[in-house]
Every structure is written in structure tokens, then in C-alpha cells.
Design a protein around this ligand. Structure first.
Ligand SMILES: [Fe+2]
Length: 289
């Protein structure tokens, strides 16, 4: 049975991942950043400087929570201690949404510290659906689920990744974090058409875009988050905005972190591309009408 779909959260504009290297500069200056995404696990602690800093940001900006440890697709039972801490943090900072990935990160007590892909089978869909239900019921909030980058595929899948995500959304009412770079990486590594992914997910459920830089190894691409966004990913972003309309967008940078002004300039580029894409969409609508 399909879940009732909760109201989609409001559009936030253009944000960045909150990184300690930039705390001071952001709080002292007034960079044009509309909102921040935090890595939930970095703040799931009872007190101390990270939480104190986060509360300062929360007083000034909308914040969303992004986790990397839920291990939604694992067959190990959900970690209720982790979920309790996640819920406590959410209660404290009231994020606009809480996201994690369609992946598994470990099994039988081993954490592999990687976002691992799953087979897109009916069995996996039933399994993940049941876990998303449990998580949403516990949090009292829809979960936002992100597509991951992958480098291998399972020999057997009953459906595409976007069909899996669409059905998961229909069954659970979860929202989607659409990582544009991950779609680009997956399309290159696995040989599908990125536009098929874009057209294959329910637009009404997408609440956030991720943009990031990757490393092109020639015959495959790795999602390293240590470069500026590449030109071909900007092109895909433009196509995504034309298709989905305005979606809260942020740039992920996790390694080789540059000075803040470089990320702000990249964010300005995202704004300019989105503005053009939306104007283009309106023009086409007028011509069609
Ligand atoms: Fe991402």
C-alpha cells in the first residue's frame, strides 16, 4: 500500500556543507549562502564545541541533516542507539529534513566505512521498504534518501536504480536527495543514460540536489568530492533544473577543502545556471502555449 505523501518542505535556495574550516569566516562575514547541510554523525554528541557552533549556525540559517551510517539496506538490525541519537539531534536543531543513502555500510558488526550499492531486486525493495517505514515511524518524520555512486553492479537486478527509488518513494512517502554527480558517475561507470535517471524518478518527491567534483580515471570515475564541480556535471545540473524546477541545491566538498570564497563562487555558478535553466523552461512553456 502506498504511504500518504506528506507536504514537501520549502525550497531553500543554494547551500553548502558546513565544515569546521569555515566556521569562523562564515560567522564573521556575511557570505551569500542560503542554508547548510551538516553531517549528522559529527554532531551526535552530548555537548561541546561542535554542538555549540552548530547552534550558532542554526540561529542564522536553515539546516538539513545528512547521515552516512544508517545502513538502510543492510541485513543487520537497525541500530536503535544510533537512531535515538539522530532523533535527539533532530529535536535539538529542527532540520528541514533528514537524509541518508540507499546503501549498506556494513554487516555483522563490521563497518566498512563506505556507501555500498545494493541489488535492485523485489526482495531488496521489500527489505528496504520495511526499514524505511521503521525509521520514519521512529523519527516521526519522512526520511530523505540519496542515490549513491557505485563502481560495481550485482549480476542480478529486477529493475533499474531509478525504478527502485521510485517504488520505494511510492511505498513509503520518503523524499529524494538527487545527487547529480552520482548520476553522472553511475551513467559513466555502468553505461546507462543519465537523462533516463532524471526522467525516471518522481519529480514531486525530490527535495534536494547534491553537486560535487569527481576524479576521472579514464575508464571509470570515482566520486571523490575533492575537486570543483566538472563542466559535464554542470550540464547535467542544468538539465535537472529544466526538468525538476527549483530544487534546494548544495555543493559537497569533503577533501582538499578550498577557502570559503572559492565554494561561494561555485555556488554563484550554480545560481546562474539554475536561473538560466528556469528562464529557458518558462520561454519554452510560453512558446508551447
Ligand atoms: Fe551526495
Amino acid at each position: 500500500m502506498a504511504a500518504s505523501i506528506p507536504a514537501k518542505p520549502p525550497y531553500l535556495g543554494f547551500g553548502l556543507g558546513l565544515r569546521p574550516q569555515h566556521y569562523q569566516e562564515i560567522l564573521e562575514g556575511e557570505p551569500v549562502i542560503d542554508w547548510f547541510e551538516i553531517i549528522s554523525e559529527n554532531y551526535m554528541i552530548p555537548g561541546g564545541r561542535p554542538l555549540a557552533m552548530l547552534e550558532k549556525f542554526r540561529a542564522r540559517y536553515p539546516v538539513v541533516m545528512h547521515g552516512v551510517s544508517l545502513s538502510l539496506a543492510s541485513t543487520t538490525p537497525l541500530d536503535m542507539d544510533y537512531l535515538k541519537q539522530l532523533k535527539e539531534l533532530a529535536g535539538r536543531i529542527q532540520p528541514r529534513w533528514i537524509s541518508d543513502h540507499l546503501c549498506w555500510t556494513g554487516v555483522h558488526g563490521f563497518n566498512l566505512h563506505d556507501l555500498l550499492p545494493i541489488p535492485y531486486t523485489q526482495e531488496a525493495l521489500d527489505h528496504v521498504t520495511a526499514r524505511v517505514y521503521k525509521v520514519q515511524e521512529f523519527l516521526g518524520h519522512p526520511l530523505t534518501i540519496e542515490n549513491v555512486s557505485s563502481y560495481v553492479r550485482f549480476a542480478r537486478s529486477d529493475m533499474t536504480e531509478w525504478e527502485f527509488l521510485s517504488e520505494l518513494t511510492r511505498r513509503t512517502g520518503c523524499w529524494l536527495l538527487f545527487d547529480i554527480n552520482n548520476v553522472f558517475v553511475g551513467a559513466f561507470n555502468h553505461g546507462y543514460r543519465a537523462m533516463d535517471f532524471i526522467h525516471g524518478v518522481p519529480a514531486g518527491q525530490v527535495v534536494q540536489f547534491h553537486l560535487a567534483g569527481h576524479s576521472d580515471m579514464g575508464t571509470y570515475i570515482i566520486d571523490t568530492h575533492d575537486h570543483p564541480v566538472r563542466a559535464e556535471v554542470w550540464d547535467l545540473f542544468r538539465a535537472a533544473v529544466e526538468h525538476f524546477g527549483p530544487i534546494s541545491t548544495m555543493i559537497e566538498r569533503d577533501d582538499n577543502i578550498p577557502p570559503l570564497h572559492e565554494l561561494v563562487a561555485e555556488l554563484d555558478e550554480a545560481r546562474a545556471i539554475a536561473r538560466e535553466a528556469l528562464a529557458q523552461g518558462k520561454e519554452e512553456l510560453c512558446l508551447a502555449g
